[in-house]
Design a binder for this molecule. Structure first.
Ligand code: AHM
Ligand code: MG
Length: 345
């Protein structure tokens, strides 16, 4: 791996580890890096370039498919990533948090015959975007599946509804005090820091693993009283063991900190919202894949999220992800609480 310091060099060098690799995935990953640089520039200059605040359409606040208000930067990041991904010949379809259905990518108008590309990309273009207006970190999350249906036809919903264990690659971009791209193709997790003076991502965090000792638990404290039984007891347990609380409201930032410092992130379901808030395909699954590669685990209440079959493009799921010991310990609390309530399955 000598000389494999930039993201592009590293991705290409890693390709040699996979027998029969064609370079298609490498091209897709470097394209994601290019889009990340474009979004990074906008996020960093948002206060100067008039792109803070809500996006307006038809005279009112615009909303995405989930009925959530869109920030101007949500729309910019969605436009940028989907434009770059559509131009990548290896992509056959995209599911974005910001758009209702599958974005089909047909390359036949580029003189390449009928062809839709073999990779399906699920993406949250700007996660935690309400943080932008107050200058706190935000992120991009992506997961890549190999399509199941033939290349000669538009992608089907089933091409996206695969378990996280089947992901070919997943990663995130963290727009923080420095900008990082962290990804895995299954052989460990590697992190790259953006050098704005050169315009490149450089390998800075090789082979990332959760530290053995967890220091942090991350949960929205206001949700604890209404969360499913077992959460409050587990949080008390964390406090009694000396873990400290950290929660930014940006999933990528919280996950990244816990990956580096050791810890667990929790967004549980509640009585009113049993599936919680976070989305399965472009938030939970990519982080579950990364956590698994980094010696961690991920659950959604009573199941290992890595092996759960999704049932809808914009499905929500409870999410518990972090060091495997903490996730297992939480699972015990949830299981005991469910048995006590007569609900265990
Ligand atoms: P978003 O995709 O609309 O930005 O929402 C996802 C974000 C996550 O980044 C974060 O962990 C969570 O929502 C915070 O939610 P809450 O404010 O309910 O704690
Ligand atoms: Mg999001």
């Amino acid at each position: 791996m000598i000389g494999a310091n930039t993201l592009q060099e590293f991705v290409v060098a890693r390709q040699a580890d996979f027998a029969g690799a064609t370079g298609d995935l490498s091209r897709l990953l470097t394209d994601i890096g290019t889009a990340a640089k474009m979004v990074n520039r906008h996020v960093n200059s948002a206060g100067l370039s008039g792109i803070l605040g809500m996006h307006k359409a038809n005279g009112g606040a615009s909303r995405n498919v989930q009925g959530e208000d869109q920030q101007k930067l949500d729309v910019y990041a969605d436009d940028t990533f989907t434009r770059v991904l559509r131009s990548c010949l290896k992509v056959g379809g995209i599911v974005s948090e910001e758009q209702p259905g599958i974005i089909h990518v047909d390359h036949s108008d580029r003189g390449l015959g009928k062809g839709y590309g073999k990779y399906m990309v699920c993406i949250d273009p700007l996660d935690g975007s309400s943080n932008v207006d107050v200058n706190i970190s935000v992120g991009t999350i992506f997961g890549i599946h190999r399509r199941l249906s033939p290349l000669t036809q538009p992608a089907e919903v089933e091409d996206f509804l695969q378990p996280a264990s089947e992901l070919v690659a997943a990663g995130y971009v963290l727009y923080g005090s420095s900008t990082m791209l962290v990804y895995s193709t299954g052989g460990g997790v590697n992190g790259f820091t953006f050098d704005p003076s050169i315009g490149e991502f450089f390998l800075s965090h090789p082979n990332m693993q959760f530290p053995e000792h967890s220091r942090v638990y991350s949960i929205n404290d206001a949700n604890i009283p209404t969360a499913v039984p077992g959460i409050a007891q587990y949080v008390d347990d964390c406090r009694s063991r000396g873990l400290t609380a950290r929660y930014t409201g940006a999933l990528v930032a919280d996950f990244h900190r816990n990956l580096i410092q050791g810890g667990i992130y929790m967004y549980p379901g509640s009585v009113g919202k049993p599936a919680g808030k976070l989305r399965m395909l472009y938030e939970a699954q990519p982080l579950a894949f990364l956590a698994h590669q980094a010696g961690g685990a991920t659950r959604c209440h009573h199941h290992d999220l890595l092996h759960v079959d999704p049932n809808a493009l914009h499905q929500r799921t409870p999410l518990f992800t972090g060091h495997v010991d903490e996730v297992n310990r939480l699972a015990d609390f949830l299981q005991r609480a469910a048995i006590a309530a007569g609900e265990a399955n």
